[in-house]
Design a protein around this ligand. Sequence first.
Ligand code: PEP
Ligand code: MG
Length: 319
Amino acid sequence: QRSAALDADQAPGATSDGHEVALLANIGTVEDAARAGSTPAQGVGLFRTEVLFLGRQTAPTLEEQVTAYRAVLEALGDRKVVVRTLDAGADKPLAFAQQGTEENPALGVRGYRLARTLPEVVGTQLDALGQVARSLPEAERDRLWVMAPMVATPAEAREVAERARAAGITRVGVMVEIPAAALRAEQILAEVDFVSLGTNDLAQYTMATDRLRGELADLLDPWQPAVLDLVAATARGGRQADKPVGVCGESAGDPVMALVLAGLGVTSLSMSPGSLAAARFALRRHTLAECEAIATAALAAPDAPAGRAAATDLVAAEV
Ligand code: PEP
Ligand code: MG
């Protein structure tokens, strides 16, 4: 017999008054997918496909990619999987492509921008994903969501959507990692079906702070009110467009931040599977109105430590 505690551990993410916030897993490999499949994650919110491409002397073939994407979908049963297209380039160079060196790699050809310099690599990946989407039974077509990283403008979002749909992908989105995209989320959502906030890069680009420089960690803090302002702007765009706005950056794994994100109107949270239980527990202990009050307190704070403290003060003692 299942105990009530076990049921609560397996339940979909929701506030105590029933407002749903899907809890999803971040993965990077087929092995990660198998592990995530054995957890109560409601699906995968971020499959980082870089691992298939990095450290190889030749690009993975369409067939190799189809096999890998299919294996990930199979590991998740009937749950949804959000696949992110290749986010290599600049600081994550592809061994099989001459990309040259860049003075400002974080501002250069990375993420979806690779479609400008290596269109065949991005095209083959979309074709592989389209082939997998088309081979799913009709009732399961919507399980495969595909999104492109590092998109800045509605025009880029339109290009992603056109290419992905032409390949046979039905659910197309982009990541919001650049302030320009956050400020224009409504216009971007006119082109695609969903967006997902990458708060790691959104913090880097909002605060003009290299995410690899440990000594600048205070500036990179996802509790920076300016970063939260951009999350709020993106969620507002999502409400106006009536389309999903997820978060798949590391910040979603902090249970107090999960409440803030829910309060700002984010519709799903994707994190490393080990963080899911704490986020589920925190959501269950608060109403949506309480999450909104916690978010308002964080946004009103003068700086990141004050925002975290103000939010934590409003959180139920056991979280
Ligand atoms: C992010 O930037 O928040 C993100 C999820 O992508 P990555 O960490 O892989 O750049
Ligand atoms: Mg990123």
